[in-house]
Every structure is written in C-alpha cells, then in structure tokens.
Design a protein around this ligand. Sequence first.
Ligand code: PXP
Length: 237
Amino acid sequence: MRLAVNIDHIATLRNARNEGHPDPVDAAILAEQSGAAGIVCHLREDRRHIKDNDLERLRETIQTKLDLEMAMTGEMQSIALRVKPDLVTLVPEKREELTTEGGFAIHTHFKRLTEFIKPLRDQEIGVSIFIEPEDDAIELAAEAGANLVELHTGPYSLCTGDEEKEYELQRIRTAARIAREAGLSVVAGHGLSILNIAPFRELHDIEEVSIGHAIISRAVLVGLPVAIQEILDRITR
Ligand code: PXP
C-alpha cells in the first residue's frame, strides 16, 4: 500500500506569519525523499492554506504524483487544465468548514460531473472523486468517467468502540472491492493516523492512503521523515 502525503498544513503554519516558511514545496521534497508516493494539496476557494503560487511550484518540483484536491467549480477546472496535476480529486467544499466534512454529493451533481470530468480526462489528468463508501456512489463515479475513487474514512477515524470500528471497516472493505470490480482504483483518506491505520494493511483493494493532518502535526514534534516512516511501517509488509 502506498502513502500520499497532504501538505496543506505546512502552508497553514506558513500563513500564520505570512512569511515564506515553512515552505510546502520543501515539505513535499522531504516527503518524497521519505517514501511518499504522492503529494496532495487542496486549493480552496478561500486559499486558506495552499495558494496558487504554491500549486505552480509544486507542479514544477514534484517527482512522484501531484494530486490536486478541489471543488467542482469553473475556476478550479481552469486551474487544473493549466497546471496539469497528475490527479484531480473532487471534494465538496464549504467555506465555513474546518476540513472536508463528507463525501462529494455525487447524486446531486451527477449530470454536471460528467461534463466537468471530460476535459480533464482529455488532457490525461486522472480524476478521483472523494465519496462515502457506498455502492451507488461508486457506480455513479465510474459512470461519470472517474478513474479513481477515494473512500471517506472520516467516520471510521472517529469510532471509539471495537464493534463500531469493525462496522465502518467492513463498509470500507466492501466498497473497495466493489470499486475494483467496477474498474476503479481505490484510495482511502481522512482522519487516518498512526493510531488507526494498522487494519488498512489488510485491505488489499485499497492501493493508497492519503494522510495530512496527523502526519504534519506529528512531524512538528518528531520531524517529517520519522512521521512518514511510522505510517509506512504500519501499511507495508
Ligand atoms: N482526503 C481528502 C479528500 C481530504 O479532503 C483530506 C483533508 O484535506 C484528506 C484526505 C486528508 O485528511 P487528514 O488531514 O485528516 O489526514
């Protein structure tokens, strides 16, 4: 299983002083050197962490895979078509949320989604949709032309009891299998950390996990290479 590292919160820290450091591009380079298979950033409408210029510099620097998380807006589509990340992950976005709160409302946006994805795929940009681990969302993602789905692990990450945790894991396990059978690649993410990642090692239909906040906050204490290695030790054989 691969690990993609989300570096948004390096930018959050940088923006606290509005000076140039820490630089998310430096973090991306270090993350790649430490075993990350991809770098993820979320260019939000309000630019609260990653800025346009960060995205441009990340595109020039990243050697592995650049995954741009974004909302389904015309502005973001133009940016993606110009910057050409390797992958776009479509996420719902609300100004007032602290972080992405749930899967993309694929039923509501289905008609526009197909039209939105096509120009991206035509430019050979991979398209992933961040969805709840549910059968009908997977079917619609495949039908809309996505080549990947990212399963929302937020509810799993918030579970406290073992039974509850196993229930959420089973939803993720089943959804991952259905997605693979539908010809989609499968990523999982949100709220994953050193404390809850271990069972994912056995979820063989999931090719990659995408982790941000837990790695960056741990890195503040132990350094980015150590924080990344701790996760890799738990997801690779
Ligand atoms: N995947 C998606 C689609 C996200 O929106 C986020 C948060 O930016 C993540 C993964 C990473 O979540 P976390 O920061 O909780 O690891």
